[in-house]
Design a protein around this ligand. Structure first.
Ligand code: DER
Length: 233
């Protein structure tokens, strides 16, 4: 499909541009686009000796099943490059992440990297966060606090239109993250000031991590349906 072609081309180009044998430690994000990044890494034997740091159980499986060397962020707190997907990217490189409920470890591993590189298909490009990605801002919350957080986000400077507890599909009850938490999807429509919203949400008791990555990415690769790739820096 054109979306899969877009994902693959963005991922391959980013790996070829940013990962080389000089890299010692590389962070591997989560989601379906990073699968193509690992696919490209496995096509380049010179990248075999790099230590790969995961951002979820899914990311761990990609590294382990790929026969790559896995390291923990505790052992390798200084990462050369982290490559990860995104749910939506605006022209300032503000990003919504957490569609896969992995945003805590993703943010930890992204912040630890000298360079944070986003890879995405064309659907993720947006003029304003919240206008293309309509599933809300993923907010990881401590389970007992999910109602408190739903209440307190009503008092943010930009009010949510609605917020929902993310329910699992192949498991009864709510989605439980790799960290043992719940996820609230907070719908704001177009987000006026993502960095301000992030700051305010991080202060709410019970919030574990917010799927807004502001002023973090160095570059975003967008794969188009025709196989071309364009970047945003
Ligand atoms: O959950 C996440 O943060 C993922 O990185 C997500 O934002 C991108 O997933 P995709 O590559 O499957 O679209």
């Amino acid at each position: 499909s054109s979306v899969e072609i877009g994902k693959q081309r963005a991922a391959h180009q980013a790996v070829d541009d940013y990962i080389n044998s000089e890299c010692k430690v590389v962070g591997i994000g989560s989601g379906s686009t990073v699968v193509y990044a690992v696919e490209r890494i496995l096509q380049r034997p010179e990248l075999k000796d790099i230590i790969y740091v995961p951002t979820s159980f899914q990311s761990k499986l990609l590294i382990v099943e790929g026969g790559l060397t896995m390291g923990s962020i505790e052992q390798y707190p200084d990462i050369d490059v982290t490559i990860d997907g995104a749910d939506e990217v605006d022209s300032q490189l503000n990003v919504i992440k957490g569609g896969g409920a992995c945003q805590f470890q993703e943010k930890l591993v992204a912040e630890a990297a000298k360079k944070f590189v986003i890879i995405a298909d064309y659907r993720k490009k947006s003029s304003q966060l919240g206008t293309e990605w309509t599933k809300g801002v993923p907010v990881e919350v401590v389970p007992i606090a999910y109602k408190s957080v739903m209440k307190s986000i009503e008092n943010l400077s930009q009010k949510p239109l609605k917020s929902t507890l993310r329910m699992a599909i192949n498991k009864a009850g709510p989605v439980v993250t790799d960290n043992g938490n719940f996820v609230i999807d907070a719908h704001f429509g177009g987000i006026e000031d993502p960095a301000q919203l992030l700051r305010e949400m991080k202060l709410l008791t019970g919030v574990y991590e917010v799927g807004l990555f502001c002023n973090m990415a160095e570059i975003a690769y967008f794969g188009e349906a025709d196989g071309s790739v364009n970047t945003l820096t």
